[in-house]
Design a protein around this ligand. Structure first.
Ligand code: URA
Ligand code: SF4
Length: 228
């Protein structure tokens, strides 16, 4: 087996695939170089059996310090939007496509978020797949392009396909039946960053997409599920 610390997360996965075992094992992951500079692994949060799984990009500055996903500004916007569509936070499992914070330092001090590379997204994906298999959500919401890339492939375009209920591509081989439905929308940070006069509209569209996802567990599907 390749013993370099950049060979991906697969060899760090434990035999026991319960969420708490996965979380403990992920704390020791060196599947790519991102573990080196970050404070800690930020694993997903929520309970097994949660019907709605929300997948972000990677932990941000605050999440890296707290060890918990979506505790910073993007998380607060997400929580407000979920509240608006009546999704109880207890029904959600929140995680990220990449589990370590990637950043550069500006003037040696402030940590500036950097987008994870394709290699890092793929390296970290075994944790995400294991989380999906352990949580068994009915619907997965990809928040932004990184999460959509991790689960729906590089050809997926959020701008064209957001808000549509779809299936995971066959390349994502889940030990799970039935498979969850997937929907992608923008990242809450993109809504936060939009300070233009389109901000309210961006927020409303984000809320609309979450509403579509939120209707899946009760069977009130508002959009046709596209085939593979
Ligand atoms: N952005 C993300 O994608 N995930 C977090 O946990 C926080 C901010
Ligand atoms: Fe492992 Fe993912 Fe962290 Fe890379 S980002 S070290 S693959 S947990």
């Amino acid at each position: 087996m390749d013993a370099t610390p950049t060979a991906g997360a697969a060899r760090y996965l434990p035999d026991d695939r319960a969420l708490d075992s996965l979380q403990t094992a992920a704390g020791r992951c060196q599947g790519c170089a991102l573990f080196e500079a970050a404070t800690q692994t930020v694993f997903g949060h929520g309970r097994s059996g949660a019907p709605i799984m929300l997948v972000g990009e990677q932990p941000g500055n605050q999440e890296d310090r707290a060890g918990m996903p979506f505790v910073g500004p993007a998380g607060r916007l997400l929580t407000r939007a979920l509240d608006e569509v009546g999704i109880d936070p207890a029904l959600t499992y929140r995680t990220n496509a990449v589990k370590h914070f990637k950043f550069t330092r500006k003037h040696g001090k402030r940590r500036i978020h950097q987008k994870p590379s394709r290699t890092e997204i793929v390296a970290c994906r075994p944790w995400l797949i294991a989380e999906i298999e352990a949580v068994r959500p009915q619907v997965i919401v990809c928040l932004g392009a990184t999460a959509a890339q991790a689960l729906l492939g590089t050809a997926f375009r959020i701008s064209a396909q957001r808000g549509q209920l779809t299936q995971l591509p066959s390349a994502i081989d889940l030990q799970l039946a039935p498979e969850p439905i997937v929907l992608a929308t923008v990242h809450p940070s993109a809504v936060l960053r939009d300070r233009s006069d389109r901000h309210d509209e961006a927020y409303k569209l984000f809320v609309d997409d979450l509403r579509v996802a939120g209707a899946v567990p009760s069977g009130r599907r508002t959009t046709q599920v596209a085939g593979r």
